[in-house]
Design a protein around this ligand. Structure first.
Ligand SMILES: *Cc1c(COP(=O)(O)O)cnc(C)c1O
Length: 295
């Protein structure tokens, strides 16, 4: 099956000349689909080369990042550690159960301390009792994460992405988008933040040391489609997804990220604000995150 799939649009939009293709990053890797594998790959390899015993990171109880780390570490034969946001509930979430099944260790945290990330007290405590920890920031947001995403974008480009003058993708921390933007073969990169206040992501993407000299008109930010904020799933978005799945029963979107990109694209197509050139939507994975919603 090709990972490039045509999205069936409402007739009104296809009649108007719109064409949308999705790159199914969600089907790439069984255990760790989507962007997280790419962000973690070089990090886990670095940890191995440093002979670290553990790969430690931060994440919420439904985090795609923790889910992917558990899988990758077990693939690489490394021990993973997750500092989980907040207390650990007696009933672990399905995401954390998967993480433990892959051999990962869980540490609870206090939210106020968790927010400090790599500067938190809990990190110091873990470093004291677990000798040889390699730390990855929450979401895999570091230079090695970007490098993995740059590689990913090149592979997508070579496999067929070169036919698309517009690429569209989601952003949380902007690490994935920063890696893609570094790939100058991509003519236009349209980024739809999944968070409120996503305007600041433009600076973050441009601050990637390899992007500072790049023509920034290739980067188009669409900050109005967060649908109320991170992980919010209002009825308008739910209904939009239901209609989408009637037209595209084989394409499942994640609610936190890719759904909002598609919502943004279709909204702008309806208003005739979206360019009619061929667009490639990058599915960044995250299907396991549906388990955080009561469907
Ligand atoms: C983490 C995540 C993103 C956001 O990636 P960033 O690099 O933080 O911008 C997008 N989509 C999915 C499915 C994710 O899990």
């Amino acid at each position: 099956m090709s990972l490039f799939q045509t999205i069936v649009l409402p007739k009104e939009l296809s009649d108007a000349g719109y064409q949308l293709t999705i790159y199914r990053g969600d089907l790439e890797h069984q255990g760790a689909p989507g962007n997280k594998w790419h962000k973690l790959k070089y990090n886990v390899e670095k940890a191995q080369s440093l002979k670290a015993k553990y790969v430690a990171t931060f994440g919420g109880p439904y985090s795609n990042h923790l889910h992917a780390l558990g899988n990758i570490c077990s693939e690489y034969g490394m021990q993973s550690i997750a500092v989980v946001r907040g207390e650990l509930q007696p009933n672990l979430t399905p995401t954390l159960i998967d993480f433990v099944k892959q051999g990962g260790l869980l540490w609870p945290s206090r939210r106020s301390d968790y927010r400090l990330g790599l500067d938190s007290l809990i990190r110091k405590e873990i470093d004291l009792c677990m000798d040889g920890c390699y730390w990855v920031p929450e979401g895999g947001s570091n230079q090695l994460g970007m490098k993995g995403c740059l590689d990913w974008s090149k592979r997508i480009y070579e496999q067929g992405g070169n036919a698309f003058p517009y690429w569209a993708m989601s952003a949380g921390t902007g690490t994935t988008a920063a890696g893609f933007f570094e790939n100058q073969s991509i003519a236009n990169l349209c980024v739809v933040p999944a968070i409120k206040g996503g305007e600041g992501l433009r600076q973050i993407i441009m601050a990637n040391e390899n992007n500072t000299k790049v023509d920034d008109s290739r980067l188009i930010m669409k900050t109005d489609y967060h649908c109320g904020g991170y992980a919010k799933l209002p009825n308008t978005l739910r209904e939009f997804l239901e209609e989408f799945s009637l037209l595209n029963p084989k394409i499942q979107l994640d609610p936190v990220y890719t759904a909002k990109v598609l919502f943004g694209i279709v909204s702008e197509m309806l208003n005739r604000q979206w360019p009619t050139e061929k667009t490639l939507l990058i599915h960044t994975g995250g299907i396991q995150g549906w388990r955080g919603y009561n469907e």
